[in-house]
Design a protein around this ligand. Structure first.
Ligand code: P6P
Length: 342
């Protein structure tokens, strides 16, 4: 028991993200604090992005005098801005060897030797950016891997990047919604932080989050229905016809927002393959894998309709995958339609 007096505001969390990450170090004895240094680079970038995103609408108003398509211009700039900020904040961390972004065709090799090149950070800098012009939530998604190879040539680097999701050292996202919220895992549970505008700190708001085992919200782009495989169509018909329990539908159109709701309220988010996108739309390495790591750490499930997302070995940096993710019971029911061999 410490000598601190009882707080008059027990509900106020004073645990910052940095303190929490440092606390996670005890689970990674080999990380020696450099891991937390890397993650602080990510959070620094997302605070800058958050401030910029919050002004997007304002720039539109201010820019109205410019008589140009500010929103479209702002949206493109924001994607590029977010990408550049992440690159800048992560490349100065001294222990990040490779950066890979949805915005860049090829990975950026920062260091090719020793401890300086230990970590690989993959990210979607501004997921759902088309939602900006209607003030809908958007976000940054990230995944952290460690180099496995001893070699440091371009071929070795790509081999280091193309690891299955179960090898991730950390994963998370920041959602720029009504508030800026960061959710992350290092394999020791899922933890949520809210950015406090007054102090500029991410403060712990929920620890060891669990996806409800059952959730009655399904989230899918229904306009693709006719292009889904018949087994997915059968699954959707089944849940739509269900009266007990009765399902509800929600779809934001930004993975971070649809996943965040699923994490909090349960249910299933799905982006199945379609006749015009047979491999699905979402990217394996910096969308599906990090969300799957979070989902499984929170007691949920994530599959491509046949196998676990975390077990898939990507064949290319920007490879796409179908995704069914969320409450264990709902994902298992979807699997019973999509993977009848089981
Ligand atoms: P659709 C956003 O563009 C994104 O990559 C994900 O964030 C989102 O889940 C998906 O695409 C939405 O795609 O085809 O429904 O607009």
């Amino acid at each position: 028991m410490n000598d601190l007096p009882e707080s008059q505001f027990p509900e106020t969390s004073m645990v910052t993200l940095q303190q929490h990450i440092m606390g996670q170090q005890r689970y990674h004895p080999t990380a020696t604090g450099e891991f937390s240094w890397l993650l602080s680079g990510l959070t620094q970038a997302t605070k800058i992005i958050s401030a910029k995103v919050r002004r997007a609408g304002l720039v539109d108003i201010l820019g109205a005098t410019g008589n140009e398509n500010i929103q479209g211009e702002v949206v493109q700039k924001l994607d590029i801005f977010a990408n550049e900020i992440l690159m800048k904040c992560l490349s100065y961390r001294g222990n990040v060897g490779i950066l890979a972004s949805e915005e860049n065709e090829n990975p950026i090799i920062l260091h090719d030797s020793g401890a300086a090149g230990r970590y690989i950070v993959l990210f979607d800098p501004l997921d759902g950016s088309s939602n900006i012009d209607c003030n809908m939530p958007i976000g940054t998604i990230f995944s952290v891997l460690e180099r496995q190879n001893t070699g440091f040539g371009p071929r070795d680097s790509m081999a280091d990047i193309l690891q299955p999701g179960l090898k991730q050292r950390a994963a998370g996202y920041v959602i720029y919604g009504s508030s800026t919220i960061l959710v992350y895992t290092t394999g020791q549970g899922v933890h949520m932080f809210t950015l406090d505008p007054a102090s500029g700190a991410f403060l712990l708001s929920r620890e060891n989050m669990k996806i409800p085992e059952d959730g009655l919200i399904y989230s899918v782009n229904e306009s693709n229905y006719t292009r889904f495989d018949s087994d997915v169509q059968e699954y959707l018909v089944k849940i739509k016809k269900s009266e007990k329990p009765r399902y509800n539908s929600r779809y934001v159109g930004a993975l971070v927002a649809d996943f965040h709701r699923t994490l909090l309220k349960g249910g299933i988010f799905m982006y199945p393959s379609t006749s015009d996108a047979p491999k699905g739309k979402l990217r394996m390495l910096y969308e599906c894998s990090p969300m799957a790591f979070l989902a499984e750490q929170a007691g949920g499930m994530a599959t491509d309709g046949k196998q676990s997302i975390l077990e898939k070995i990507p064949g290319a940096l920007h490879e796409r995958s179908p995704l069914f993710i969320g409450s264990k019971n709902q994902v298992e029911e979807a699997l019973s339609f999509t993977n009848k061999t089981k």
